[in-house]
Design a protein around this ligand. Sequence first.
Ligand code: ADP
Length: 183
Amino acid sequence: MTRLIFLGPPGAGKGTQAKALADHWQIPHISTGDILRQALKEQTPLGIKAQSYMDKGELVPDHLVQAMVEERLKQPDTEPGWILDGFPRTVQQASFLEGLLQKLEQRGERVVNLDVPDDIVVGRLLERGRKDDNEDVIRRRLEVYRSETAPLIDYYSSKQQLLIVNGNQSLEEVTIELTKAIA
Ligand code: ADP
């Protein structure tokens, strides 16, 4: 049973690594960024509400993302495990998740922090060229990461749930280090 939460700044390579491991273990890769971008593309009520936040590099309000994750984790395909990528992003979301996993009897989650220095991350995001990857929005996403999400490193570390992996190496090397850390 693998239940894994990926932490790390935008551009750390969470999505790439989470997808590779999820394919390998045949468990769902649950990316809140992907779900939100899909909702936005389809202009669902959630997508319409989320758009202005995403365009500015702000976090979508906790209650919206939390409801979305709750719905997703209730799907039967999460039975053999899951990888969460992009959630939780605030201490409030982390404490919501803890309660939710308790309720769904899905505890035993572990947390991986993909550690990458800021200057490397900005370079990667500028190269990636997603719609919300222009320089101002990137700068804002990093500020939000530092103030809202980075505190989760201490939060999980004090619960002895945290594994730290150096994300500043080749994709293959990161995958190898991750696999070793999780084994
Ligand atoms: P990145 O890894 O580059 O930060 P994501 O694809 O994870 O990008 O997220 C893109 C955007 O979606 C974020 O900037 C934010 O607006 C929104 N988002 C994703 N996950 C969350 C979350 N857990 N809470 C609030 N907003 C979120």
